[in-house]
Design a protein around this ligand. Structure first.
Ligand SMILES: N[C@@H](CCC(=O)N[C@@H](CS)C(=O)NCC(=O)O)C(=O)O
Length: 239
């Protein structure tokens, strides 16, 4: 039987890494189909329509990553994939109110990103590496301001969740769910990652903001989630 296959960028955690956490923690034998975001392989496979599940190619019917293939079916939309796999492997809930709590956390990440393919992390890094391209330059500090605003909003929102529930995990559960996996990646890959493409000065700035404003959330990152994920994090991720 063909193994399930998850296709995503190898250098970015983003929307793919939370799905890997589920698969790895559930000991699923899957093919981790990775390539660089700027690789030839990505460009040619995308041009061939490899990631598009819908022959009409209508906008909103796939084409972006990640995609997940199991038993010949290609699944797209990261949160929908997480729900399907979370349900299958015990990281979602059959209780409607808890499912809502979990969904709200996952939606928060997409809301903050405005559902865009290019996140504030991407734009911050692009502004730094291609500063000579005028339209992307961060001369007025817009990309930096957006990055700090994104982290502040996510951390404050996470802090409020933890305070509201008084439980170890974000959606008010006693065990980790896809809500935690979806949320942590923005912190575990970019801020709490020595090898991150985000510079150390910025990482320290965000950590200081968390010390100051969101201490419970910082504890959730450092004491709850990082130890839980230490054996399943993908090496080499840059943000
Ligand atoms: N709503 C989709 C968004 C997919 C998406 O935009 N993915 C980005 C990477 S995180 C991507 O593939 N961008 C490049 C492209 O669409 O060519 C999801 O959550 O899966």
């Amino acid at each position: 039987m063909t193994k399930p296959r998850l296709t995503y960028f190898g250098d970015i955690g983003g929307r793919g890494e939370p799905i890997r956490f589920v698969l790895k923690l559930a000991n699923v034998d899957f093919e981790d189909d990775l390539f660089g975001a700027k690789s030839e392989e990505y460009a040619s496979r995308k041009a061939k329509g490899d990631f598009n599940s819908n022959p009409t190619k209508l906008k909103g019917t796939g084409g972006g990553l990640p995609v997940y293939v199991e038993d010949g079916t290609l699944y797209y939309e990261s949160n929908a994939i997480l729900r399907m796999l979370g349900m299958k492997h015990g990281f979602y809930s059959t209780d409607p109110a808890t499912a809502w709590e979990i969904d709200v956390c996952m939606e928060k990440v997409e809301q903050v990103w405005k559902h865009a393919g290019f996140t504030p992390m991407t734009l911050y890094l692009v502004a730094r590496t291609t500063a000579k391209v005028d339209s992307l330059a961060d001369s007025d500090g817009e990309a930096t301001a957006n990055l700090v605003a994104m982290y502040t909003e996510l951390a404050e929102w996470g802090e409020a969740q933890l305070k509201k529930h008084g439980k170890p995990f974000l959606a008010g559960t006693d065990s980790p769910t896809i809500a935690d996996f979806r949320y942590i990646v923005q912190f575990s890959d970019s801020i709490f990652n020595e090898g991150s493409a985000i510079d150390a000065k910025m990482r320290d700035k965000i950590k200081a903001m968390m010390d100051d404003k969101t201490p419970d959330f910082k504890k959730w990152v450092e004491d709850t989630m990082l130890p839980l994920l230490k054996d399943v994090r993908t090496p080499g991720i840059l943000w």
